[in-house]
Design a protein around this ligand. Sequence first.
Ligand SMILES: C[S@@+](CC[C@H](N)C(=O)[O-])C[C@H]1O[C@@H](n2cnc3c(N)ncnc32)[C@H](O)[C@@H]1O
Length: 353
Amino acid sequence: MSFRRFMELALYHTEHGYYASGRARIGRRGDFFTNVSVGPLFGRLLARQIAGMWSALGEPRDFSIIEQGAHGGELAADVLGGLHAIAPECLAAVSYRIAEPFAKLAARQQEQLRAMASRLEWSRGLDEIRVAAGVHISNELPDAFPVHVVRWTGGEWCERVITAQDGRLVFVDAPIASDELREACARIPGPLPEGYTTEVNLAAAAWIREVAATMQRGFVLAVDYGFRRHEYYAPDRIAGTLSAYSSHRRESDPLARPGEIDLTAHVEFDSLIEAGTAAGLQPASFTDQHHFMVALGLEHFADGANAAERRAFQTLMHPQLMGTVFKAVAFSKGIASGEPLLGFRFANAGAEG
Ligand SMILES: C[S@@+](CC[C@H](N)C(=O)[O-])C[C@H]1O[C@@H](n2cnc3c(N)ncnc32)[C@H](O)[C@@H]1O
């Protein structure tokens, strides 16, 4: 079995998958933290960026916020709360559409967002969503897509697939089975040492094509951890970025306990940006989370901050916490280029790769 198929089953099998079963727990008492689990500040700051995008679209009366990977619905609550506080006229135009394939998670979101139900709609996938004007948002979505694992033998790429040996699952080498994967491997820059093992996320490219098709005009804003291509495939990153987490600890074997632990790989942003551009999105804005948060935080904190918000801001933006490895990328569609987006006005040369 390809690792991609294994990861798909381990995370998304309806009954046994870590996410689809509803077993995944995020936050202090869960398996890992996200920007959202740090507290409401992240969503409140995103609301400022979203309100800016609504203005750039000419303040349409029907404006959709499409969220994918909404998990427990916290980000939706934080964004809607933020719009209520800073841009009520934008909020009045909003339909908030959550694309959620998993019934257990949709039920949790509906419970969490009961008080705001009139603004919300659910669908099972992006193919059910077509809007005139909107923004698609996600936090830590493509890092949870199933990836292929590949290995450089010195002369060519091979795929690391899964087999059972002596009662346990292990990786073994196999020839690359698809042209799409072979072509993606050919784009990995060399030279690389023999045995170099890494990941290829073909699902992320397919996803951004689907996202592009949801709106006539608008924006796509994705926040996730990862690197530009040269940093992702740096010769010294010999074991790639594939990781497994449980109770905030990194598990040594991603094949042990399928369905009980989180599996994730960092996002390689150049491939994502190239796929988005090929799908008709306009060239992206890109920065690290430090610069993104500072740009959005300036106005937010103009009147001061309470201690909880100060702590949350530190965690989100500090380069040694979540400020460097997390990145924000934004695409636009059907919009004449204008002012840089609020959150990207301090975009740093380092993160441009
Ligand atoms: C790492 S979690 C992030 C959750 C949340 N956004 C946060 O930041 O706390 C990834 C989430 O993406 C969801 N997901 C993965 N593929 C998806 C898809 N095709 N459509 C919607 N959600 C998806 C998973 O079920 C999971 O809830």
